[in-house]
Design a binder for this molecule. Structure first.
Ligand SMILES: Nc1ncnc2c1ncn2[C@@H]1O[C@H](COP(=O)(O)OP(=O)(O)OP(=O)(O)O)[C@@H](O)[C@H]1O
Length: 235
């Protein structure tokens, strides 16, 4: 089932239909075909409500389509159980949410430790965190600070470090720059794209900000990718 990510198509979607409400006649997403090669940097944009977060959750295996096929890093998510998709996500996907989702009363180290898939000694974990912090220009002293004592920019970079701790092949980032001014936004993008392994990792990045599009090799407009169709037409 496993494939070498350097040879595989990172994302392969075929005739996918998704609706939150099984009784509704309208799909939130309908994607006939979408393929992304491993290592590609994809900028996903589209109006509010067009299904960007829903797409990210399908790619991460949080949601499962009602119909069709979705393979990520060579793994067929549509035929996995919820538990299998959880394992898939822990091993292959790094997720950064809009609100960062750090647990406020835990230290930065504990926030990162929580998502660590491989069990390593605490010194190995610290080593891995320090390497990531170095690339993200974060002071290692922050590891022992509570997450709610960090600035927004620091929380955002810690969220990236947490997403990368398992060395995922796919990094999914949802609207991470909305709280930043333009200069901070650009330096964040430069850091993100210069991190070790960034050239081999597939990046799917959602933003409303068209000013970020130039950082990406592929641009995807949600309304072109997905059609909202009456289920009755599709059946
Ligand atoms: N858990 C849910 N249950 C039911 N409907 C939902 C749920 N989450 C999202 N939706 C609906 O699905 C549609 C797509 O939502 P989604 O959050 O994917 O859009 P989006 O493009 O990410 O929007 P935004 O840019 O505002 O974050 C919207 O109509 C939304 O109301």
């Amino acid at each position: 089932m496993q494939q070498n990510t350097t040879q595989c198509t990172a994302i392969d979607i075929h005739n996918l239909c998704f609706s939150y409400d099984k009784k509704s006649s309208t799909n939130i997403l309908e994607i006939e075909r979408w393929q992304v090669n491993a290592g590609e940097r994809v900028f996903v944009h589209g109006p509010s409500g067009s299904g960007k977060s829903t797409l990210l959750n399908l790619l991460a295996g949080v949601l499962k389509p009602q119909r069709g096929e979705i393979s990520v890093c060579g793994q067929a998510l549509h035929s996995m159980s919820g538990r299998q998709r959880d394992v898939f996500r822990a091993r292959h996907v790094g997720l950064v949410f809009q609100q960062f989702n750090l647990i406020p009363y835990l230290t930065v180290r504990d926030n990162i430790q929580l998502v660590r898939y491989h069990t390593h000694t605490s010194s190995k974990l610290d080593e891995a965190i320090i390497t990531l912090f170095d690339g993200l220009q974060l002071d290692p002293i922050l590891m022992d600070r509570r997450a709610d004592a960090l600035s927004v920019g620091q929380q955002q970079r810690v969220a990236i470090a947490r997403a990368l701790i398992n060395q995922p092949e796919l990094l999914i980032v949802d609207e991470p720059t909305s709280a930043l001014d333009m200069a901070a936004r650009d330096s964040f993008m430069q850091l993100l794209l210069a991190l070790p392994g960034a050239e081999d990792r597939t990046l799917v990045f959602v933003s409303h900000d068209p000013g970020l599009a130039d950082y990406f090799s592929l641009k995807v407009e949600m309304q072109q990718l997905s059609k909202h169709k009456e289920l009755a037409d599709a059946v």
